[in-house]
Design a protein around this ligand. Structure first.
Ligand SMILES: NC(=O)c1ccc[n+]([C@@H]2O[C@H](COP(=O)([O-])OP(=O)(O)OC[C@H]3O[C@@H](n4cnc5c(N)ncnc54)[C@H](O)[C@@H]3O)[C@@H](O)[C@H]2O)c1
Length: 390
């Protein structure tokens, strides 16, 4: 065998995947990432080796796992996490379980010497999240957390504008996230019921503030203070079994985040809002030289030179079509599925030590922003966000 033939040999890589019967675990991580990498012949490393993921599915329901495995040509599945963790051919553990089940499972994976990649939030409390970061560091295992919003084409374009100096001095950011989640009575809810029960790890602050934490940090700088108001607009909902339950978790949060350089970010997150926007999340950034509105996919800009001069006069009808005065930012690149791109980045981190800044400490910063956001709401005050270390 020649050297080049040797280099194209495919090497299987066992990845223990827990929680793949869930929404995120199945669609984004198993199907669109790991199986997509497997089915395209594997991930090519810089030395030419091809790594082919071999998922080992872990979950609570034998039948669901067996069906999933059969449907997707996956050989290994188990309901016994410890058994999976004993598999030496699988150096990576992945967790997309409900948030509440995560910390314990990740601790077991670290103890078994696995590298760990996980959905967010990494834990339910900052102490728990920092504990995981410390344990992973001490064990010397690679660790990573999902940070998918940074890969949204709209935010990729926004980042490009920032890096290119389009905005001049950035003044403010306003984010609008949300849509109506049905209560479950006359139309089925489109999100699992645990999201609306605090005791089960639910709540929009816990869910979304960790996203806003890394989005703000990577685009504008680490949030330094938070002021938030979290509320439960819909007090009762109907669960998957048709039973009415009390929504104990917040379903909307109105937050102000103070960023370096006096930039103020104000982000509304809500599962009790009807969409009158172009996309389910949108961020408007205003700067001295120009402004942009970025959504999941699109990004529009208005430069200082093309900014109209509206005059406030409620006695006159609107004379301008404000939305038409913005220019579309082109893609200028192939923007692949973000979950797959993150998986590839993490696999390279494990296999060839490529950089991966989104580690458990970054995840802990997200949990911290959520925790302090909730505290701000409870205490009705602004709270500074101290820097955390392992
Ligand atoms: N990155 C993102 O954009 C994003 C979006 C939604 C959810 N998430 C995160 O992904 C995780 C899973 O969310 P989801 O919406 O896929 O949830 P889901 O309810 O659809 O899936 C939960 C998974 O956890 C498993 N599980 C383990 N223990 C459980 C228990 N005690 N009760 C219920 N299920 C249990 C389920 O079997 C299932 O596989 C959460 O931590 C959530 O915060 C991330």
């Amino acid at each position: 065998m020649t050297l080049s033939e040797e280099n194209t040999v495919s090497t299987p890589l066992g990845i223990i995947m827990n929680g793949v019967t869930g929404r995120m675990g199945y669609r984004q991580h198993l199907v669109r990432s790991i199986l997509a990498i497997r089915d395209s012949g594997g991930l090519e490393l810089s030395d030419g080796r091809r790594i082919v993921p071999r998922p080992i599915l872990v979950g609570r329901n034998e039948r669901k796992l067996a069906d999933l495995a059969a449907q997707h040509g996956v050989e290994h599945w188990t309901t016994d996490l410890d058994e999976a963790l004993r598999d030496d051919s699988a150096p990576i553990y992945f967790d997309a379980q409900v948030t509440q089940a995560r910390e314990k499972a990740i601790k077991a994976a670290i103890a078994a010497g696995k590298h760990v990649y996980t959905e967010k939030p990494t834990a339910e409390s900052l102490d728990g999240a920092l504990d995981l970061a410390r344990l992973a560091t001490e064990a010397g295992v690679k660790n990573g957390v999902v940070h998918d919003k940074l890969y949204l084409p709209g935010l990729v374009k926004l980042k490009r504008l920032i890096d290119g100096g389009f905005f001049g001095r950035i003044l403010s950011v306003r984010g609008e996230f949300g849509y109506w989640v049905f209560e479950g009575d006359w139309q089925e809810a489109q999100r699992p019921s645990w999201n609306y029960r605090k005791e089960d790890g639910g709540g929009i602050v816990v869910d979304m503030f960790c996203h806003w934490s890394y989005v703000l940090e990577n685009l504008f700088g680490r949030p330094e203070a938070v002021t938030a108001k979290a509320v439960t607009h819909i007090p009762t909902r109907i669960d998957e079994h048709g039973q009415r339950y009390t929504a104990t978790a917040d379903d909307a949060a109105y937050g102000i985040f103070e960023l370096p350089g006096g930039v103020v970010a104000q982000i509304n997150s809500s599962w009790a809002v009807r969409v009158f926007r172009d996309e389910l999340v949108e961020f408007q950034v205003d700067g001295t030289e120009g402004s942009a509105v970025a959504g999941l996919r699109e990004c529009r800009i208005q430069h200082r030179a093309t900014t109209p001069k509206p005059v406030w006069n409620p006695d006159l009808p609107v004379t301008e079509r404000f939305r038409d005065q913005w220019q579309v930012v082109p893609d200028n690149a192939d923007l692949d599925n973000g979950f797959r791109a993150q998986w590839e980045q993490f696999l390279r981190h494990v296999l060839e030590d490529a950089p991966h800044p989104y580690d458990f400490l970054a995840g802990a910063r997200g949990v911290q922003v959520a925790e302090l956001g909730l505290r701000s709401s409870e205490e009705g005050r602004r709270i500074e966000i101290p820097e955390v270390t392992v």
